[in-house]
Design a binder for this molecule. Sequence first.
Ligand code: HEM
Length: 481
Amino acid sequence: MSRLASVSCGENAMPLVDRLGGDLPRTPVTVELDDIQATVLRYRPEPYYGTHVMLHVEDAQAGREFVQRLTPYVDSAADWWEAGDAWTSIAISSTGLVALGLPEDSLRSFPEAFRVGMAARADKLRDYGPNDPTNWERPFGTGEIHIAVSIFSDTEDKWRRAMETAGQQYQGFSGVTVMLMQDFGAQPGDLNPLGYKDSIGQPAIEGCGVDSLPGQGPPIKAGEFILGYPGEAGVPLPMPRPDVLGRNGTFVGLRNYQARVGTFNRFLREHAPTEQERELLAAKLVGRWRSGAPLTLAPTQDDPALGADARRNNDFTYAADPHGRQVPLGSHMRRMNPRDTKMALLADVNVHRIIRRSTTYGAPYDPDATSEQDDEVARGTYFIFLSAKAMATMEFLQQEWINNGNFMDLGDERDPNVGLQEDGATFTIPQHPVRRRIHGIQTFNVLRGGEYFFMPSLSALRWIGELRQSSGQADERAEPS
Ligand code: HEM
């Protein structure tokens, strides 16, 4: 397998399975791992280092050459559980596909929400007020971001070497411009900008070669996450045309959230007088202690060893907590994956699961930051999720589970982590004998930009690179390799 950085696993490299605490049992592979990009299946390492590079294609031919040049360095998901080196992924926006000169018939075959882009779907996504695209940081939402190249690594050294190699591919290249570079990674203790460990709960995917981790539940049909395979309904989802372009690809949603750390810390201090109570309140908002320990397994006291143990920290259901006295029904984690919670509005949880590959950037979480200026410090999350129907899932989650409370009989209450809170908004903590209703919950993460991308298979990247120019339009193509 080609690698962007020609670094070997080395003695320090830690295979993913070791990090999870031993070998995961192997299961039969029924998807084409060699053709799927590694990022689709490979977990973000811990600690992690990397960079997202957003590029603009000025010239279609140059853009295709760039894709062609980079493709040999994009890692496949073969042996995805044994990540050792830095790995690279490529994703292309809808305007990017146009800029690369894809045939009209292909462009038309993409879903409407992808073609118009995330900003144009603000209404469906409930991206109003501070989250409205008119308030986004440029170039997000302008259509100018065409290609996203991301490098993930578990050491700083490998990351820097991978960046160097990527830089060499780009050097002296005209017709493709870098619009934005965002380094991300390792906060002390791998915490996100509000001080939580995250990216724990991930779906298990059928046919990917390793067994589920305890608590992941039965594997979900591959077609929910990778195009070309049957989904939970028993049939594959519609794919972009031609087959070589669609198959083994997936869609990516990226949402750049600025963390309002000052507001968050003030909220904790106003509603919880002691350090211990503040930590419990922070845990109630998400459903896990900031260490990652789930409240279902550690209801009254944090248990950092549990939080760090990938074999135990997700191994729970909500069966013994139907009223949310341990994990509030409205907490972020329970909204985003209600598991076996009995919901007021029925929904099939398995068809709304997403793969998360979010990355944290900027200054680390500061528990003493309480001023309004602290909200403006560049610090946040590129929330990144993958699914074969990412656009529809995102719209469902934003409308029904994030910005609405009806599915859990919570009225107007919104997700305490990423919901857009209005004046006087509340958060309910069920407890016995009387529930606690907190008034004045604020918006803790503000949306500063977002884009949808298509993450093509390796064959599709080669196909794009080999499209031939014909009277200024790449509507003739070489046979798929
Ligand atoms: C600033 C943005 C966000 C932050 C800081 C954040 C943080 C967290 C944290 C701390 C957890 C608990 C640990 C874990 O299971 O990984 C979590 C879980 C989760 N979040 Fe988020 N989140 C953000 C945005 C979102 C958004 C926008 C969505 C969906 C549209 C989402 C979906 C999920 C899901 C599916 C889980 C796992 C639930 C489970 O499987 O039990 N998150 N998030």
